[in-house]
Design a protein around this ligand. Structure first.
Ligand code: HEC
Length: 210
């Protein structure tokens, strides 16, 4: 009887132990590249939705799902995809330690509109490849590297100009103020739909495996 109890106790301990260990094992298997890809896609979606809602945000009395009110006052509220991309990225970093940010090499003589979005050396190298006309569309690039003495997984997803972006980044002749500037007062770069605009850069700290 005692022996039986002993076996049960060992079994019990094993099950409790296994349950405790399982999540840890599952966590070991997390595919860091997939996490980076998905986080980048999530920011692309967030930015895209804001870009598509710029007129709803700025038009007095406008509402999601309804036609824009005609002849209503239009006031630029400063809510743009890049602003949201920056504040969401910063807030997410505080909560997660994972960096997700937009970056760009600009276009021709136009550098980044905001220095905050300027690429670091790694981003410059990857973006240069993305900007090659022969680079496969939509293909991200990632690798594990050392950054400031710590192991990190760095990833970048190319970011393209879509129809809704042209309102601000498109033909300067369509400037709402007639001076080649967009509603935010920035010179329009004459991008076309499908042009490479930059990338979403992700930095995930990777634990040292010792
Ligand atoms: C309402 C105007 C507006 C729309 C629409 C818009 N942008 Fe921008 N975009 C801006 C402004 C203004 C900045 C500079 C932001 C800043 O000063 O922080 C900017 C900055 C950026 C940046 C950061 C790099 C840089 O130059 O500083 C990227 C990348 C970008 N835009 C891509 C896009 C894409 C892609 C779309 C469409 C999905 C889009 N934008 C739609 C106004 C706009």
């Amino acid at each position: 009887m005692l022996k039986k109890l002993g076996v049960i106790a060992v079994l019990f301990a094993f099950i409790v132990g296994a349950v405790g260990v399982l999540p840890a094992l599952a966590a070991e298997k997390i595919d860091v590249r997939k996490v980076a890809e998905d986080l980048a896609q999530f920011l692309v979606s967030t930015r895209r939705m804001i870009s598509q809602m710029v007129d709803i945000i700025n038009t007095h009395g406008a509402k999601v799902g309804e036609p824009l009110p005609k002849d209503a006052p239009y006031t630029f509220k400063g809510v743009i995809p890049a602003y949201m991309g920056r504040v969401i990225g910063d807030d997410f970093f505080k909560g997660s330690g994972i960096r997700v940010k937009q970056t760009t090499m600009g276009k021709g003589d136009f550098g980044p509109r905001n220095e905050y979005n300027a690429p670091d050396d790694w981003e410059k190298e990857v973006l240069t490849r993305f900007y090659e006309p022969s680079y496969p569309k939509g293909k991200g690039y990632g690798e594990e590297i050392e950054m400031e003495g710590k192991k990190v997984y760095r990833y970048m997803l190319p970011l393209y100009i879509e129809k809704s972006c042209l309102k601000c980044h498109g033909d300067p002749a369509t400037s709402p103020t007639g001076d080649g500037k967009d509603m935010a007062g920035k010179p329009m770069e004459n991008y076309l739909e499908g042009d490479i605009r930059g990338g979403i850069s992700v930095i995930i700290p990777v634990e040292e495996k010792t």
